[in-house]
Design a protein around this ligand. Structure first.
Ligand code: G3P
Ligand code: CA
Length: 395
């Protein structure tokens, strides 16, 4: 049996399980029993659909990955956002990692914490405001690598885009910045409580930049993964990075599945820039480039535009061959990022003129999921789960 045939077989098997999980969760929610109770009440079959120690090939397909938690509803990268994502039924919860000055890994999308914490309201840290170049771009603000963990823990998280997600500001100040170790402990607790594995999707942010500061991410991450038993090929965790060398480095430290993130076709990974490697993402999505990725990783995380490009007016065009080509190399695809608001949807799926209003998110999901991608990062995991259930119903 070829890799492609194995993948097809696994896909058919888990599609059924995915539908059961999705429908089970949404039915319980509709009945008003509470999302947490719905999760506790999952059947053994549904538990198995979330891996059950059998690795990523046993995950429901399409796999719904809660992007920075349920970031459409709560300030991103907080335990509140992660917990809400689980309550909504997300299959996998994403963390982005950056380090503190004293070498702890914390969950933030970027090291500049100006926009996602109340650091600007702390006069004791006013002098830490600075300008620095990260991966060739200049930023002015406050940076995690200039704070000890104890100092960072005095800050509170807040909504990144309050103008778009005003309702989420209700939760501003409620949670601290979680460390990755806290998330690992939380995942263990939630796993026991819900009776299933809690899958994580962990990204190393700016790994070359941090290594140049003596704050290498991969060894610290691998140590924590080993401590919490997530270092095996069948562990419930994906390790992702926009820098292929970070995924390669991790693959030498642990056996957990790796995913190479791919930005726009013309972009160049920062580690390539630093190493003088001339390849761009356009080179990496060729059969040759994908074969190279498959030599050390199990998947790719392309921007959705690499799966279905938009035309000049912002409308969805025809799918590329990326899904077929990646699958031919045995790679799974976890593209990013689905969001419900008009501002983030292709032009042909927007409704009305308010950029903050929800558009035809299900219409967009139908197009994207219909390409055969294996999973999807979403700020609105409940919407993505229903979109995935629609897909299953059509099969
Ligand atoms: O890691 C997948 C997706 O999250 C990549 O985009 O910028 O949100 O980390 P970003
Ligand atoms: Ca990410």
């Amino acid at each position: 049996m070829t890799q492609g045939e194995r993948r097809t077989t696994a896909r058919r098997t888990v599609l059924g399980a995915a539908g059961a999980t999705v429908l089970g969760a949404s039915t319980a929610l509709a009945a008003g029993t509470g999302a947490a109770q719905a999760a506790d009440g999952r059947t053994a079959a549904a538990d198995r659909a979330h891996g059950g120690g059998r690795g990523y090939r046993a995950l429901p397909v399409p796999t719904v990955i809660a992007h920075r938690g349920a970031s459409g509803y709560r300030p991103e990268h907080t335990l509140g956002s992660y917990r809400h994502a689980l309550d909504l039924g997300a299959h996998v919860i994403e963390q982005d990692l950056v380090p503190t000055k004293d070498g702890h890994l914390v969950c933030r999308h970027e090291n500049d914490i100006t926009g996602t914490t109340d650091v600007a309201d702390h006069p004791e840290f006013a002098s830490r405001k600075t300008t620095k170049s990260v991966d060739g771009t200049s930023y002015t603000g406050w940076f995690t690598e200039d704070f000890t963990l104890a100092e960072l823990k005095t800050l509170r998280a807040k909504e990144r885009i309050p103008g778009t997600r005003q309702k989420n500001t209700l939760y501003d100040g409620r949670w601290t910045i979680p460390t990755f170790e806290e998330v690992l402990r939380w995942a263990e607790d939630e796993g026991r409580r819900r009776g299933r594995e809690i899958w994580l999707h962990v990204e190393t942010k700016h790994p070359t930049y941090f290594r140049s500061l003596g704050l290498g991410l991969e060894e610290r991450l691998a140590k924590l993964l080993r401590r919490y038993g997530r270092h095996r090929a069948n562990s419930p965790v994906f390790l992702q990075s926009f820098e292929p060398s970070s995924v390669q480095r991790l693959s030498k430290l642990v056996d957990s599945p790796g995913v190479v993130l791919l930005s726009g076709a013309a972009s160049r990974p920062w580690d390539f820039v630093q190493a003088g490697d001339p390849r761009t993402v356009a080179d990496l999505v060729t059969p040759e480039g994908l074969r190279w990725i498959a030599s050390y990783a199990q998947g790719i995380g392309p921007t959705l535009d690499l799966v279905i490009p938009k035309d000049a007016s912002g409308r969805l065009g025809d799918p590329t061959t990326l899904v077929r080509d990646a699958h031919a190399e045995g790679l799974i695809l976890h593209p990013y990022t689905h969001r419900n608001e008009n501002a983030f949807l292709p032009v042909d799926f927007r409704r009305g003129t308010d950029p903050t209003a929800y558009g035809d998110s299900f219409g967009a999901l139908k197009r994207y999921l219909g390409t055969g991608i294996d999973g999807l990062f979403s700020d609105n995991p409940d919407t993505a789960l229903l979109g995935a259930a629609d897909l299953t119903a059509r099969d």
